[in-house]
Design a protein around this ligand. Structure first.
Ligand code: HH2
Length: 300
């Protein structure tokens, strides 16, 4: 079976949180999704009120997540994007309200350096850029200056048009070259290699068979030499396979894709259904890592 490599990410001290090291590849880390948007494809509108979002963040932590990914702008197919001021208006009260309350780190899901910077000041410890530094390369400067890990995702095109544009003929080659270019942008800006995480960008400018091919061929992306994050949660290719299952009925399908991601080498999985996927990750990890199997004699 495919062997996942180990990596370490260094998270600097932020707001009242101490610096820490995240070990990747021993067990899978589960990143819980928190979208403070009116229009996200799955949880849009549910957590717009900062108080509700703060409560949800604490719930995500309690459910066993290792990280929270906070986003103030939807990137669903067809979305137009919002100005930085609006994104900040959504995420800052949540970061402020979580100060001193949350033990797990928060990543900020943004494609804007202004948002990345303000979020980092307010306590975010990881940057997650779904454009792989194509929209605003200065995100890399924020990562370098503030010593933050940087997640670089592959997106073909842009959210407004990405599911309309013609798809790549060889999706793995397209993603590989796109991610290599993103890494080059980050490295040129002085981001250390050891602080970069790559993400194939499931559902971002890819047809549904291509999302499956990416999961099938994830070990090829692992060869790039970076930790991998995979976000499949409730995405439409799962609904398609399940004959049109609505978003709130895609948890079992998501579980299959989370398992496939882990077996293929994912170090972090990004999910909505945290408690469920924590269980899925634990069992998948026990399959690939004998050290994570329960001790003691086997039950009869
Ligand atoms: N997917 C979404 C958003 N951010 N970030 C990474 N690194 N990887 C992903 O796969 C990814 C991501 C889309 O999902 P969601 O946040 O649920 O929806 P929306 O973009 O509509 O807010």
């Amino acid at each position: 079976m495919f062997r996942r490599r180990k990596y370490k990410l260094h998270l600097p001290a932020a707001a009242v949180r101490q610096s820490r090291t995240l070990v990747l590849g021993e067990r899978t880390l589960v990143m819980g999704i928190l979208n403070v948007t009116p229009d996200s494809f799955s949880d849009g509108g549910r957590f717009l009120d900062p108080e509700v979002a703060i409560a949800r963040a604490l719930e995500i932590e309690k459910a066993g997540a290792d990280l929270i990914d906070l986003g103030g702008e939807s990137t669903r197919p067809g979305s137009e994007g919002v100005p930085a001021e609006e994104e900040l208006r959504r995420v800052l009260p949540v970061l402020d309200g979580l100060r001193g309350k949350l033990k797990i780190p928060v990543s900020i899901d943004t494609a804007k350096s202004q948002v990345a910077e303000a979020a980092a000041i307010a306590g975010a410890q990881i940057l997650n850029d779904v454009t792989g530094l194509r929209a605003d390369p200065r995100i890399a400067d924020v990562a370098r200056r503030r010593k933050l890990p940087l997640i670089l995702m592959h997106m073909r095109g842009e959210p407004r048009t990405m599911q309309r544009a013609p798809f790549a003929r060889d999706v793995v080659r397209d993603v590989t070259s796109g991610l290599r270019a993103a890494v080059a942008r980050a490295r040129r800006a002085g981001v250390p290699k050891s602080q970069i995480v790559l993400d194939p960008g499931i559902g971002f400018g890819k047809g549904w068979p291509q999302n499956l091919e990416l999961l099938e061929r994830l070990p090829e992306l692992a060869k790039l030499g970076f930790p991998l994050l995979v976000g499949t949660s409730r995405k439409s290719f799962i609904g398609k396979i399940l004959g049109g299952a609505p978003k709130d009925q895609r948890a079992w399908g998501t579980a299959a894709t989370v398992t496939a991601s882990i077996l293929g080498g994912a170090h972090i999985v990004r999910v909505h259904d945290v408690a469920e996927m924590v269980q899925v990750a634990k069992v998948a990890d026990a399959v690939i890592n004998p050290r994570l199997r329960p001790a003691g004699p086997p039950p009869r």
